[in-house]
Design a protein around this ligand. Structure first.
Ligand SMILES: [Zn+2]
Length: 306
């Protein structure tokens, strides 16, 4: 059987109202909802019409893309992010809340904002800090909060590591998680020097939610139960393990409202085999050479506008 052709983000947004499996859900209405949320400063964790969670990506080409999930799908999105903590060996408990500090975009339509607002609870007290806030304010807020997990863009964590080394920031997180950007080895070393353990490099995207994250051996495993990840060459043919693809096709197994089947992403990565001392049989992610994620695009846009 021939494989389905890849679907680009532009294709999907052009045919959104046809692709969506709930006929009364229209792209224009979702975009209006997200615009109103931004303007009103409303709570992005509350579902729209009591049943939909939506998020937008800014898009490096200027066009924004919108994604939507129903309650069951949104629960899977949240679980995929929670899995990163679990695999890193850091878990929430009734006697020990999982205090999480998130240094990222505070744009309310960004998925990290919607996830953060949805997860905020007694079990997971979340402190959301704006990546563009003045450093002394961020340091003071982190010192007060004392997170068990520190999550942020690699470019946001690096200056915080310098603050820790300089003695102004004094937190001792159980785990430091880098997301949205490629974590270079020199940055990883700086984070390790500041907080005493190697950071966890989490791979996720708005469209897919969590894609891969490290176990305690710091081997990244693909979330094979949630997605099919196919690195392909320029012509769209799958490349073998150990070879870096020119782009990536992702099929999200749990998204039924807006199906993503062989959805094209520009990330270039290399898969490995299977087998890890942790016992997980999920495919190993050897390396990510390039990421063209919208979170990063948004971040660049924000930083450029400062
Ligand atoms: Zn492992």
């Amino acid at each position: 059987m021939d494989q389905l052709p890849p679907v680009t983000k532009a294709d999907l947004m052009d045919h959104f109202d046809d692709a969506i499996t709930t006929p009364d859900l229209k792209l224009a209405d979702l975009e209006n909802h997200l615009r109103a949320l931004t303007e009103s400063g409303g709570d992005p964790g509350l579902p729209w019409q009591g049943q939909w969670w939506a998020a937008a990506t800014a898009g490096t080409t200027g066009r924004s893309s919108t994604f939507v999930w129903n309650r069951t799908e949104w629960a899977t999105v949240l679980a995929s992010y929670a899995r990163a903590n679990d695999w890193a060996g850091i878990s929430a408990g009734l006697t020990r809340p999982l205090k999480m500090a998130l240094v990222s975009s505070r744009v309310p339509t960004h998925q990290s904002a919607v996830v953060g607002a949805s997860l905020r609870s007694g079990l997971v007290p979340t402190l959301r800090l704006d990546v563009t806030a003045p450093m002394d304010e961020t340091v003071a807020a982190l010192n007060r909060f004392q997170p068990r997990i520190l999550v942020g863009y690699a470019s946001a964590l690096k200056p915080l590591a310098a603050e820790q080394r300089a003695g102004r920031l004094h937190i001792s997180p159980q785990g430091v998680m880098s997301a949205s950007e490629v974590l270079r080895s020199h940055t990883a070393s700086k984070l390790e020097a500041a907080w005493g353990s190697k950071p966890f490099d989490v791979y996720a995207a708005t469209e897919t939610a969590g894609i891969a994250s490290p176990c305690t051996y710091r081997n990244r495993h693909i979330y094979d139960d949630l997605l099919i990840v196919e690195p392909v060459d320029q012509a769209g043919n799958p490349v073998s393990a150990g070879t870096t693809g020119a782009k990536l096709l992702v099929t999200v197994l749990f998204s039924r409202t807006l199906p993503l089947i062989r959805y094209e992403m520009s990330d270039t990565l290399r898969l490995g085999g299977r087998g890890c001392p942790c016992g997980r049989s999920f495919t190993l992610l050897q390396d990510i050479e390039g990421r063209v994620e919208d979170g990063q695009g948004t971040l660049r846009t924000i930083l450029t506008c400062q």
